[in-house]
Design a protein around this ligand. Structure first.
Ligand code: PGA
Length: 269
C-alpha cells in the first residue's frame, strides 16, 4: 500500500515555454483552481527563469509552490549564463529540478555534476527534485535497473541521512518524455521501488528505519489526466512530474484533483 505519510506531489515542468504574460495567466488559473481546496497534494510550478518572479507574485499566499528548472552549484562567480542557489532564493524559489534528462542529454550534465548540484541545493535549503531514468537503448538492453541504481547512488554520494528530509526523486524514463508513450504503471512502480531500495541500501534513520521509505518518488513521462489515476494507485509512486500536460490549466488541474482524491482515499484506509 502507498505510504500515506509520504507527501503526494504534482509538479509542472514548463521547460522552455511561456513568456511572462502567459506564465502569469497560467499560474493564476492554477492558483484559482485550487483556492479553498483541502487535502491537496504539494503543487509545484517550474517556470523558465525569466518568468519565475512573475509566477511567484501571482501564487504568493496560495497553496502553489515555486520551483526552478536548474541551477549552478556555485554561490557566485565567473560562470557566464548560470544562475546560483542564492539567486533562486532571492526570487522566492523553494524547489529546484536537478539532473533532468534534457539537461543530461543536451547540456552535458553528468552523475557527478548532479551530485554537486544536489549538495549545493541542500546547503542553501532549496528542496531538490532529482531526476533519473534510462534511455530507450538502455531499456532495450536490459540496463534499466543498473542505470537507475547508478544514477541514484551517484546523486546521493556523500550525503547524510538528515539531507534526505527534503529530497524528492523523479523517475523519468527518457523514452517516455514528451513522446506520448507512458511507462506501464506496474513497471513504473517497480522502478520507483528499486529507487527506494537503493536509497535504503545506504541510508538508515537514527532509529534504524530505512530512510528511503519517507522520500517521495514521482513518475514523469507523458503523464496526462487519462493516465494519472492508475499511476497514483501504485504503492511506490507518490506523484508526478509533468511536462506537456502542465502547460494548460485544463490539463493540469485534473491531475491535482486526482491526487486530492487519492489522498482522501488513503486517509480513509
Ligand atoms: P512530459 O515531460 O510530461 O511532456 O513527458 C515530463 C518531463 O520532462 O518532466
Amino acid at each position: 500500500m502507498s505510504n500515506p505519510k509520504r507527501s503526494k506531489i504534482i509538479a509542472g515542468n514548463w521547460k522552455m515555454h511561456k513568456n511572462r504574460a502567459e506564465a502569469k495567466a497560467l499560474a493564476e488559473a492554477i492558483a484559482k483552481g485550487v483556492q479553498g481546496e483541502k487535502d491537496l497534494p504539494v503543487v509545484v510550478l517550474f517556470p523558465p527563469f525569466t518568468s519565475i518572479e512573475a509566477v511567484g507574485s501571482v501564487i504568493k499566499g496560495s497553496s502553489v509552490n515555486l520551483g526552478a528548472q536548474n541551477m549552478d552549484n556555485h554561490d557566485s562567480g565567473a560562470y557566464t549564463g548560470e544562475v546560483s542557489p542564492p539567486m533562486l532564493l532571492d526570487v522566492g524559489v523553494e524547489y529546484v529540478l536537478i539532473g533532468h534528462s534534457e539537461r543530461r542529454q543536451y547540456f552535458g550534465e553528468t552523475n557527478a555534476s548532479v551530485n554537486l548540484k544536489l549538495k549545493a541545493a541542500l546547503k542553501h535549503g532549496l528542496k531538490p527534485v532529482v531526476c533519473v531514468g534510462e534511455s530507450l537503448d538502455e531499456r532495450d538492453n536490459n540496463l534499466t535497473d543498473a542505470v537507475v541504481r547508478r544514477q541514484v547512488g551517484a546523486a546521493l554520494a556523500d550525503l547524510e541521512v538528515s539531507d534526505l528530509k527534503t529530497l524528492v526523486v523523479a523517475y523519468e524514463p527518457v523514452w517516455a518524455i514528451g513522446t506520448g508513450k507512458t511507462c506501464e504503471s506496474p513497471e513504473a512502480n517497480r522502478v520507483c521501488a528499486l529507487i527506494r531500495a537503493t536509497i535504503n541500501d545506504v541510508f538508515r534513520s537514527e532509529e534504524g528505519a530505512p530512510a528511503g521509505d519517507s522520500v517521495p518518488i514521482l513518475y514523469g513521462g507523458s503523464v496526462k489526466p487519462s493516465t494519472i489515476d492508475e499511476q497514483l494507485e501504485q504503492s511506490d509512486l507518490d506523484g508526478a512530474l509533468v511536462g506537456g500536460a502542465s502547460l494548460t490549466a485544463d490539463d493540469f488541474l485534473p491531475l491535482i484533483k486526482s491526487a486530492q482524491k487519492r489522498i482522501r482515499s488513503l486517509v480513509k484506509i
